[in-house]
Design a protein around this ligand. Structure first.
Ligand code: GAR
Length: 218
């Protein structure tokens, strides 16, 4: 199966625990992680990639005068590996419409909230401040609209008494590491596509909140 596996490039900015989960699950999947790019040279995820024998590269946004030139360098690096799919895994740069359209329908992102609620940053604290009883994570296609592309799947976690930002982040991360590799595998198998600004799984248009994945059904 090795020769026919879907080549995937993963973009990171930091720890890379989702990168790790996706690499770990790749041995039993239809995809292969062929490269990792970080916009931060100190990102721990680069060490994770090296340990797994996956090539890594740094495209440091601070070395470019504007977003367009940064993204041009990013695309040049990505394209050396000729991926079919780009996976954003804690990649903390906003991408322009030009970059997104270059890889249209071929970029996934993971976001720590039950989209469309809580787009943007600092989601765990905002969920706590709002007194929510439920929080979670979404995997979605990337479009020009920030955190606004079609949702593919979600997993929920309960917010319980005594939760703080760190405990919520840990709960969410556990679910992230389960559902993200699964969504990448769906894409790799050709089961998941973006069409008319909607996500389709096995030919069926997914609802606004995507597929709900609970621990028992993962
Ligand atoms: C993850 O929780 C991911 O959902 C979040 O960054 C974290 C990266 O962790 N992404 C965003 O907030 C994107 N807006 P990791 O580096 O350990 O995978």
């Amino acid at each position: 199966m090795n020769n026919t596996r879907c080549p995937v490039v993963i973009l990171i900015s930091g720890n890379g625990s989702n990168l790790q989960a996706i690499m770990d699950a790749s041995h039993d999947s239809a995809y292969e992680v062929v490269g990792v790019v970080s916009n931060r040279p100190e990102a721990y995820g680069l060490q994770r990639a090296a340990s797994a024998g996956v090539p890594g590269a740094v495209v440091d946004h601070r070395e470019y005068p504007d977003r367009e030139s940064f993204e041009q360098a990013l695309a040049t690096t990505i394209d050396t590996w000729q991926p079919r799919l780009l996976v954003l895994a804690g990649f903390m740069r906003i991408l322009t419409g030009g970059f997104v359209s270059r890889y249209s329908g071929r970029i996934l992102n993971i976001h720590p909230s039950l989209l469309p609620a809580y787009r943007g940053t600092n989601t765990h604290q905002r969920v706590l401040d709002a007194g929510e009883r439920e929080h979670g994570v979404s995997v979605h296609f990337v479009t020009e609209e920030l955190d606004g592309g079609p949702v593919i799947c979600q997993a929920a976690v309960p917010v319980t008494v005594g939760d703080d930002r760190d405990s919520l982040a840990r709960k969410v991360a556990t679910r992230e590491h389960s559902i993200y590799p699964e969504a990448v595998d769906w894409f790799a198998r050709g089961r998941l596509v973006m069409r008319d600004n909607a996500a389709f799984l096995d030919g069926r248009r997914l609802p606004e909140s995507g597929v709900r994945l609970d621990p028992a059904t993962d």
